[in-house]
Design a protein around this ligand. Structure first.
Ligand SMILES: [Zn+2]
Length: 479
């Protein structure tokens, strides 16, 4: 997400001139009656300054949202699709939203896929036995019950494998591609199994998609191509990938044993959790905010994406607590099954297909809240200008602009269906991807200040977009 500083500068410049013109007119008018009349409104935003102040003071004043995230992650732990933990967390969230006084709180039923990891391990057999930390990749098939023993082949990339294709037959292929960015490196997690299988390999290992951590493997979703055999796939830590690469370079011969008991079971029943602050003038128009309540089956899903659920939900709780009711409806959705199916986002789109175009804005928080916070936006230029104005109210939170490019996996289906502008609120990607999909994704990494800041930012943006007379990004025809 790059910051688009240049696009709104001319706009602000013009705006300032208009403002001084309006001021002069107002002063001339006032001069005819009284020398000290009321100050003219110098910006459409001024009416919202006291609200923003109150929201930020309240949110920063108590660690309510951090405590709620602690309760969610301590009580229910990991919340993988198809698990009892996830369903208990969903029912808890529904009950808590009702306790907050949110309106129209309900569950929207969704069927979700169910993949179960089972028992798994990986060890070096030759030259000297040694166990390695690993995590099977979501969607992978199992190995035979007593495991799979084969020689290792380390490659640096898909191209590297293709250039040594005759070496891969019958081997366990490790893709040791260093992490650059998530969007670039994730292809190894997604596609390594089929690339290795097409070269005749018996299993695929991938260097985890994340920076060098604390010898932590990162799990995540993988996908099989139709036309090649399905072979087991697992992630190992960056450190172990480097170790295996050095061993192969030095000794030539390394043998591994991989055991995975993974299973794909029939779909399970789950639900999206929905709560609202109903609009007082145009309740049918919706500002949607949310995150996903499911997580991977390791860690406690604090950063991905318990915190996204909590900060978007907190935005509505703050509005309720401060008696703020905007013109339009603000709706929070805690989506189910983002991680291994996106059924929550797709189910939401299907359930609200007829109201898709009534969504004014959809904002998702699904990349952490590690400082510094960033807001991103995708939609008509006019919307970016308005949001950049709103961002000037967020400087106390460490945000002063809105970058070009924003969205989220769960909100994309409804956004596409209704041509809805999208926003994302996220944090420092380096900290986020160090713990992403690992046992280390726990609340200890996240400060209460970071959670409070994110919640306040979402509350201010969502409230103003829901309340301003003009629909966000309207007049797109003139763009
Ligand atoms: Zn996520």
């Amino acid at each position: 997400m790059r910051i688009n500083a240049s696009s709104h500068v001319p706009y602000l410049f013009a705006r300032r001139h208009l403002r001084s013109l309006a001021l002069m007119v107002a002063l001339l008018l006032a001069a005819g009656t009284s020398a000290s009349g009321p100050q003219p409104q110098d910006s459409w935003l001024d009416g919202y300054r006291p609200m923003a102040q109150r929201v930020i003071d309240t949110s920063l004043g108590a660690p309510f949202a951090w405590r709620r995230l602690a309760e969610l992650t301590d009580t229910f732990g990991p919340r993988f699709s198809g698990s009892a933990n996830l369903e208990h967390a969903i029912r808890w969230a529904e009950a808590e939203m009702k306790r907050d006084g949110l309106e129209n709180v309900r569950l929207q039923p969704v069927h979700v896929p169910r993949w179960v990891r089972g028992t798994e391990n990986l060890e070096i057999v030759e030259p000297v036995p040694s166990s390695l930390a690993m995590l099977g990749l979501g969607g992978s098939v199992a190995t035979p019950a007593d495991g799979l023993r084969a020689e290792l082949l380390v490659v640096g990339s898909f191209e590297d494998l293709r250039s040594r294709i005759t070496d891969a037959r019958g081997k366990i292929v490790l893709f040791n591609a260093p992490f650059t960015s998530y969007s670039e490196t994730v292809t190894y997690r997604t596609n390594s199994a089929s690339e290795a299988a097409s070269a005749g390999a018996v299993a695929a290992l991938v260097r985890s998609v994340g920076g060098m951590g604390l010898r932590t493997p990162h799990t995540g979703m993988m996908v099989y191509s139709e036309d090649v055999p399905k072979i087991p796939a697992a992630a190992i830590s960056a450190e172990d990938a480097e170790r295996l690469a050095r061993m192969q370079a030095r000794d030539g011969h390394v043998e591994l044993r991989l055991r995975m008991g993974a299973q794909t079971l029939p779909d399970a029943q789950s639900a999206n959790v929905i709560g609202e602050i109903t609009g007082h003038e145009r309740p049918e128009e919706i500002v949607l905010v949310g995150g996903h309540i499911d997580s991977w089956d390791v860690g406690t899903g604090a950063s991905d994406d318990g915190v996204g659920c909590v900060v978007t939900w907190e935005a509505l709780r703050l509005m309720k607590a401060l008696d703020l009711r905007p013109r339009r409806t603000v709706r929070v959705v805690l989506f189910t099954n983002e991680e291994n199916g996106l059924r929550g986002g797709l189910g939401y789109r299907d359930a609200f297909a007829e109201e898709a175009a009534q969504h004014v804005l959809a904002l998702e928080s699904d990349s952490g809240v590690f400082a510094p916070l960033r807001l991103g936006y995708t939609g008509p230029d006019r919307g970016l200008q308005t949001l950049s104005d709103i961002a000037t109210l967020l400087t106390r939170l460490g945000i002063d602009r809105v970058g070009a490019g924003g969205g989220g996996a769960d909100i994309s289906p409804i956004a596409r269906a209704g041509n809805v502008p999208m926003m994302s609120l996220g944090g420092d990607p380096r900290r986020y991807f160090t713990i992403h999909h690992t046992q280390a994704d726990t609340i200890e990494r996240i400060t209460s200040d970071e959670v409070s800041r994110a919640a306040a930012a979402i509350a201010v943006v969502a409230y103003i977009v829901a309340d301003m007379p003009q629909r966000l990004g309207a007049y797109t025809a003139t763009n």
